[in-house]
Design a protein around this ligand. Structure first.
Ligand code: FES
Length: 107
């Protein structure tokens, strides 16, 4: 079973192969926002894959469109509800609260 490590809390969990990172997070009581319910219609489940990015299914055009709306986008960004586990991964949950606080600095 793939192991998922969530940062910054360093919470580790195992998930069924083919489960999404969002499913793994929810099963482990790891808090990832998922406003659209995992339907690739928001960007609130944005995560950064620190290890194992290449083991995940490729980004679809729909996912990329939503990712483009994410705050703090990186080259290793994914939507947690859209990437399916096959191997161990390390996933960072962005601190959106502090990112929004940064935006306040531009007022
Ligand atoms: S929960 Fe909305 S895109 Fe993942």
């Amino acid at each position: 079973m793939p192991r998922v490590t969530f940062l910054p809390t360093e919470t580790e969990t195992e998930a069924e192969e083919g489960a999404s990172i969002l499913d793994a997070a929810l099963d482990a009581d790891v808090d990832i926002d998922h406003n659209c319910g995992g339907n690739c219609a928001c960007s609130t489940c944005h995560v950064i894959i620190e290890e194992g990015y290449d083991t995940l299914n490729p980004v679809t055009e729909d996912e990329q469109d939503m990712l483009d709306e994410a705050v703090g986008l990186t080259e290793k960004s994914r939507l947690a509800c859209q990437c399916l586990l096959t191997k161990n991964v390390v996933v960072r949950i962005p601190d959106t609260a502090s990112q929004f606080a940064d935006f306040d600095d531009f007022d």
